[in-house]
Ligand binder design. Structure first.
Ligand code: SF4
Length: 274
């Protein structure tokens, strides 16, 4: 874990919040901030609500307690961990908040979905086995660990995530691979699917979406590291040309169809310039 990370223990108003995310009635975020420091982080907008001046990725608040004991009937509800942090980030090793929350949800009747970039998720297989309806996903976009290290410096390696997928399956935990975010021309998704195919049969795909804070950062990285892709990224992210995504979507679906893999492609397109 990054040694300069500022960690603060806080009392939260509650752990569980209603969600507008597709397929989720509630979300649980045991941490504010995320030490994984992904270059493209989608949760960076949360900084506005965090009372922090420091750059996103340099702090994490740990919700050690909650002031709310209000019971919520979760029977049959979809509960997602986590939407704006990784609930198995390295701090979870010490605080075990996710584990404690899952222990509390065991008899709630909730349908629980976990998505993580961390092999730490394997620590809680014993708890997963006690939850009747749980699905655990690993999120990754490449088998190339040098690329992974540059874009997700503090998350688990590509091999560790594949190992996590394999171990979940061996333990009878329903799993899936979230191939995300697909970086144009850089994510070797075919190699990833071939590597993961023995360990899961469900794949979802999400493309790289760049927002105000991450757009200049990622484009600078591409310019410096992959100058031959600069123009192509400019076309996608500055001129909002969606053709690349349409072609890749077809390729992914054809590839998965041929191998009889369950695939859902959730590619967002950028509004074309008028
Ligand atoms: S794991 Fe998710 S929340 Fe954490 S830094 Fe990466 S993208 Fe952001």
């Amino acid at each position: 874990m990054n040694n300069s990370l500022k960690v603060k223990e806080i009392v939260a108003k509650g752990y569980i919040n209603p969600s507008k995310l597709p397929g989720s009635d509630y979300v649980i975020n045991p941490y504010v901030g995320c030490p994984h420091r992904c270059m493209y982080c989608y949760a960076e907008f949360m900084k506005r609500f965090s009372n922090h001046d420091e750059p996103w990725g340099t702090f994490t608040d740990v919700k050690i307690r909650s002031t709310s004991n209000r019971p919520i009937d979760l029977a049959g509800k979809n509960v997602f961990l986590s939407s704006v942090t990784d609930c198995y980030n390295p701090l979870e090793e010490k605080y075990a908040l996710t584990r404690k929350l899952l222990e509390q949800l065991k008899y709630s009747g909730a349908k629980i979905t976990i998505l993580t970039k961390s092999v730490l998720v394997l620590r809680d297989i014993d708890v997963f086995k006690q939850i009747p309806d749980i699905t655990v996903g690993l999120s990754m976009n490449t088998t190339d660990d040098s690329f992974r290290q540059e874009i997700e410096p503090c998350a688990s390696s590509a091999l560790e995530r594949l190992y996590a997928l394999k171990t979940l399956r061996e333990n009878g935990i329903h799993n899936w691979l979230h191939v995300a975010p697909v970086f144009p021309y850089l994510s070797v998704w075919k190699a990833l699917l071939e590597a993961a195919e023995p360990f899961t049969d469900r794949f979802t795909f999400e493309n790289l979406k760049l927002r105000a804070a991450s757009l200049p950062r990622v484009l600078l990285y591409i310019t410096q590291k992959y100058p031959h892709l600069k123009e192509l990224y400019e076309q996608i992210y500055r001129q909002n040309n969606n053709e690349y995504w349409r072609v890749i979507r077809k390729e992914i679906l054809a590839f998965c169809n041929e191998r009889k893999l369950s695939a859902a492609v959730q590619f967002a397109e950028r509004e074309p310039e008028s």
